[in-house]
Design a binder for this molecule. Structure first.
Ligand code: ADP
Length: 220
């Protein structure tokens, strides 16, 4: 589902260059789960963004579902993301002016599909939030907001879900529940799961642990 070959990323601003990733190679099988761990600033979020086609690598290549991302235009990468990729972020990133239901409907409507509301209701039910569907994000707890964002991430039935510190803003117990939900969806829907985490317990529940230090893969 995901194959990364000798990936490197150098950020450039004016005369300054900062190489944040070097020579990273690994692959994640269809339906598998993987965690990217490592100290703050080691390049985890950058790596996740390159794998998900949010940004372009400086060297090396990324294949997502067999599609090579490196030579695609911005629009083509967006198309690959819309088709195959779901995202969950540490800070939920829900649209504050929309209800839980409307947030989950957005990606379905953007694809121009009919029956968005029915599908969004079913997704909210799946994450245990059917009775919160008309609440706005500020009226929801952190754990509930993250569950809405997971429902939204699954709105387009992604083949692969990228999660950046999905439990990072949640207390231990709530984080545990969100974690369970991600693994359940990974198992039930066969969605490949790639997450960045500081949480060693969470990382050890995945099938594969990628340890990054100073922009290099130090163990797998
Ligand atoms: P982590 O997720 O492991 O904390 P990041 O991938 O966020 O690490 O960042 C790795 C390094 O890249 C850091 O030194 C960070 O400051 C730098 N960095 C991240 N994004 C950018 C950017 N858009 N421009 C320049 N430097 C960046």
């Amino acid at each position: 589902m995901l194959q990364v070959n000798q990936l490197g990323k150098t950020y450039r601003s004016g005369q300054r260059e900062l190489t944040v990733l070097q020579d990273i190679s690994f692959s994640v099988a269809d339906g598998a789960s993987a965690a990217i761990i490592g100290p703050s600033g080691s390049g985890k979020t950058t790596l996740l963004g390159l794998c998900a086609g949010l940004d372009r690598a400086s060297t090396g290549s990324v294949y997502l579902n067999g599609i090579q991302l490196d030579d695609l235009t911005e629009d083509e990468r967006a198309d690959v993301r819309n088709r195959y990729v779901g995202f969950v972020f540490q800070n939920f990133q829900l649209l504050p002016s929309l209800t839980a239901l409307e947030n989950v409907m957005v990606p379905i409507e953007l694809r121009g599909e009919r029956g968005a509301e029915k599908r969004a209701v079913a997704l909210l039910e799946r994450v245990g939030l059917q009775d919160r569907r008309h609440h706005y994000p500020t009226q929801l707890s952190g754990g509930e907001q993250q569950r809405v964002s997971i429902a939204r991430a699954f709105a387009n039935a992604p083949r692969i879900l990228f999660a950046d510190e999905p439990t990072g803003n949640l207390d231990a117990e709530t984080g545990q529940r969100v974690e369970e939900l991600l693994f359940e969806l990974n198992r039930e829907a066969g969605t490949t799961l790639v997450l960045v985490t500081h949480d060693v317990d969470l990382a050890h529940r995945t099938q594969q642990v990628l340890r990054i230090r100073g922009g290099r893969l130090v163990s797998e």
